[in-house]
Design a protein around this ligand. Structure first.
Ligand code: FMN
Length: 149
């Protein structure tokens, strides 16, 4: 049991150092059952580590990593959120909370929604239409050198 615990901490440390070495984080994820897929949840469980990436004080938890932009591309079979959505979106707010909790509070989301009811050529068109927004969002932000706070 102790050995397994140690192995888990080694993996956590490797994954956290990947974040610390990154100027920006780019994440592509589908919506699975209204939230993140289990593999992304497993990654979050590794990098959200009390005393390493999360501090705790009288006012609650706070992030220990230096902020850097997190760009998230989401694909969802149905409409993700907003008017017309017939499902709750636990993915976007959860990811914002999780990244914010470790100190990464600058999250930008790009979504391709309703993939289950959209032809591939239309999806490609929609991705093309998103490109200028993605470029503006990413290029207008000065990239800070990654460092731990
Ligand atoms: C296990 C599973 C659960 C899913 N749950 C949802 C869901 O809750 N809401 C939704 O809009 N789409 C859901 N989908 C559809 C995916 O989000 C959609 O197919 C998306 O385009 C997947 O991206 P990908 O093809 O790049 O994996 C689910 C798909 C799978 C396989």
């Amino acid at each position: 049991m102790a050995a397994q615990g140690t192995d888990a901490f080694v993996i956590s440390e490797l994954l956290i150092r990947e974040i610390e070495a990154a100027d920006v984080i780019v994440l592509g994820t589908p919506m699975h059952n209204f939230t993140v897929p289990s593999c992304l949840k497993a990654w979050l469980d590794h990098v959200m580590l009390m005393g390493r990436t999360i501090g705790s004080g009288p006012d609650g938890k706070f992030g220990l990593l230096a902020d850097r932009p997190v760009y998230v591309a989401i694909a969802s079979g149905d409409i993700l959120s907003g008017p017309g959505a017939k499902q709750p979106d636990h993915l976007t707010p959860y990811l914002g909370t999780a990244f914010g909790c470790i100190g990464l509070s600058s999250m930008f989301v790009f979504a391709i929604q309703n993939t289950a009811r959209t032809e591939m050529n239309e999806l490609v068109d929609r991705i093309d239409q998103l490109r200028p927004t993605i470029s503006r969002t990413i290029c207008d932000r000065p990239v800070q050198a990654a460092e731990t706070a």
